[in-house]
Design a protein around this ligand. Sequence first.
Ligand SMILES: CC(C)(COP(=O)(O)OP(=O)(O)OC[C@H]1O[C@@H](n2cnc3c(N)ncnc32)[C@H](O)[C@@H]1OP(=O)(O)O)[C@@H](O)C(=O)NCCC(=O)NCCS
Length: 174
Amino acid sequence: MNLVLNDICIRNAVKADCRQLADWWNDGKVMAHAGFPNGVGTTAEEVAMQISAEQDGRGRTLIIEYCGNPIGEMNYHRLDGNVAEIGIKICNSDYQEKGLGRIALSMLIKELFSTGFEKIILDTNLNNERAQHVYEKLGFKKLRVNIDAWEDQLGVMQSSVDYELTPEEFCDYS
Ligand SMILES: CC(C)(COP(=O)(O)OP(=O)(O)OC[C@H]1O[C@@H](n2cnc3c(N)ncnc32)[C@H](O)[C@@H]1OP(=O)(O)O)[C@@H](O)C(=O)NCCC(=O)NCCS
């Protein structure tokens, strides 16, 4: 995937991105929302192995670039029945809340629907009200709230919200 809109580029992660991805994923501030306040403890080599196994039709780790610089990542994975699960992290907080997240998500979602996916799902932490706000702006419908559904790295119970989006309900900000 290589999607470009003005100063935003969304492209497949390559070997040269693995150090940056490992640094982000090892950073507890970046990963706390996903349940890893101490970071995931990976290496660039492990990340390289992961992305080398990825294929376009099945799922990819993607880099979000703004003005040529990596600011975060997205990903998608094919599930059964033309359903894709997606995720996003704008890892450099200087670039959060500037309208880039909704545009980057729109670019990815538009591409996934145009390549035959019929539904997109995701989940987020119940505490992550900013993400829920952005997902709902894009047209995602809340399916359920899972109270105390999983335990984070520090043993603290966390609750999540499940969302889904169909092409008919998609509000495209790109
Ligand atoms: C969540 C994320 C993708 C959103 O992208 P973004 O570029 O920061 O968001 P945008 O600038 O497009 O929109 C932010 C919106 O959230 C709103 N917002 C901010 N804080 C909020 C809060 N606590 N509760 C509700 N809405 C909030 C803003 O007002 C704005 O909405 P508006 O335009 O209607 O006023 C991005 O912040 C991010 O990657 N965060 C870190 C990782 C993360 O949380 N990932 C999602 C995990 S599922």
